[in-house]
Design a protein around this ligand. Structure first.
Ligand code: ATP
Ligand code: MG
Length: 391
């Protein structure tokens, strides 16, 4: 008998695989055309970095990096739909056929500041020199306009061995720019590569410099690690190399990776320097409150389904149980309490007043705790018994 479930899975797996191949091929064709357009004007240009690395591995890239001897100004003259990002000096972003291209002029980075940004760069006319300033060997692979791969610094060997090595002296590379430490962990996680022993040692030697890296950058890189399918390995690397301390992640060993990114942060104790929007802060604080107490009708009513589901993930409680409990709530807002303000006034023979609030708070809790039915007659009796004398 044919197992249609398995047959369907094989079919859908094959289908997704074919789609990825088509996307990579289309992106490649567009990229080669971009190179041709630059070279037609007498410059040289290569695809470099992530796209070539991922192409060899059969992985889809989000964008394409191009290295050229044309200056940003010359690139902008060739492509009239280009924009110059303020953030990175000397790079032009192009959008061609829905693909994003980061075009950077060959350069030498002369001086670095605060273990991060180069404060002085010099445009050069030499691809090899440009490749030497890059972070990892696997990120130095290039492709020319004919689709041929150029491997001047032996990046392919690292890809074949699934290992990450820096270009040149590791200690120097991490000292120059501490962001590279997190990039190393991120790539290792995402590609499921090892860090060479040399890289590990250099990371340990330079990890304190992470304290000086902006919280924004740290958060961005950490989130890419945490949401990866292979996040567990990334967290193991962070712990093995002792990066949790300089990153001010105080209980990384307790991280809950099963949740979405908000749930992941909620399972961590981190420095207050990490930037979150006020809404994110509110959700994280509520999730923590639920995790530290319990999921009850009150927590479901007060904070809604999402916060409780995230808390359930962290607490190891089945989400379906929480959804069912939410659907069974006797009330979902104050409006669904089956007594009107008018009936309360008539029952107590009192005028409206601030005492209403206390009564409603009490009714809400009693109904949610299952101590009172949401039924007008019963609520009226309860109010008479508890609120008819005094204030
Ligand atoms: P992905 O785009 O998948 O994150 P990528 O390798 O393309 O990976 P980018 O941040 O797009 O990474 O950078 C493009 C290339 O620029 C890298 O491949 C690398 O050669 C170089 N590069 C980027 N950041 C650094 C850095 N901090 N130090 C040295 N080289 C870098
Ligand atoms: Mg890239």
């Amino acid at each position: 008998m044919i197992n249609y479930g398995i047959a369907f899975n094989i079919f859908s797996f094959y289908y997704i695989f074919v789609i990825i191949l088509v996307v990579i091929k289309t992106m490649l064709e567009t990229s080669l055309k971009v190179l041709e357009k630059i070279e037609e004007k007498g410059y040289i240009a290569y695809i470099v970095g992530g796209f070539v690395r991922d192409y060899i591995l059969g992985i889809e890239s989000e964008d394409v990096d191009i290295a050229t001897n044309a200056t940003p100004k010359q690139i902008m003259e060739i492509f009239d739909n280009s924009v110059l990002p303020n953030e990175e000096y000397g790079a032009v972003t192009l959008y061609v056929k829905n693909s994003r291209f980061e075009v950077t002029t060959f350069r030498k980075e002369i001086r670095y500041i605060n273990n991060r940004k180069p404060i002085e760069i010099e445009y050069i006319n030499d691809l090899l020199e440009d490749l030497k300033r890059r972070d990892f060997k696997m990120n130095t692979l290039c492709m020319n306009k004919n689709g041929e791969i150029i491997d001047l610094l032996d990046g392919r060997t690292d890809i074949e061995h699934k290992v990450i090595n820096t270009v040149g002296n590791s200690n120097f590379k991490f000292q120059q720019d501490s962001l590279r430490i997190l990039r190393a962990i991120r790539f290792a996680t995402y590609l499921n590569f090892k860090l060479s022993e040399d890289v590990k040692e250099a990371i340990i030697n330079n990890k304190e410099a992470l304290k000086g890296l902006s919280y924004n950058r740290k958060k961005q890189e950490l989130e890419k690690i945490f949401v990866s399918q292979n996040a567990k390995y990334g967290v193991e690397l962070l712990l093995e190399l002792g990066l949790d301390e300089p990153l001010e992640l105080y209980n990384l060993e307790k991280i809950n990776l099963k949740s979405d990114i908000i749930g992941i942060w909620a399972s961590l104790e981190v420095s207050s320097g990490y930037p979150f929007t006020s809404n994110e802060k509110k959700i994280i604080q509520r999730v923590k409150e639920v995790v530290n107490s319990a999921i009850t009708n009150i927590s479901l009513y007060k904070y809604g389904l999402y916060v409780n589901q995230v808390a359930a993930d962290i607490m190891g409680i089945d989400k379906l149980t929480v959804t069912k409990a939410y659907e069974m709530l006797p009330i979902t807002s104050r409006k669904s309490i089956k007594i009107s303000s008018e009936t309360i006034m008539n029952t107590l023979k009192r005028k409206a007043g601030p005492y209403f609030k206390d009564i409603y708070n009490d009714l809400e809790t009693k109904i949610l705790e299952g101590k009172l039915n949401n039924n007008e007659k019963e609520i009226k009796n309860y109010i008479l018994e508890n609120y008819s004398k005094g204030d």
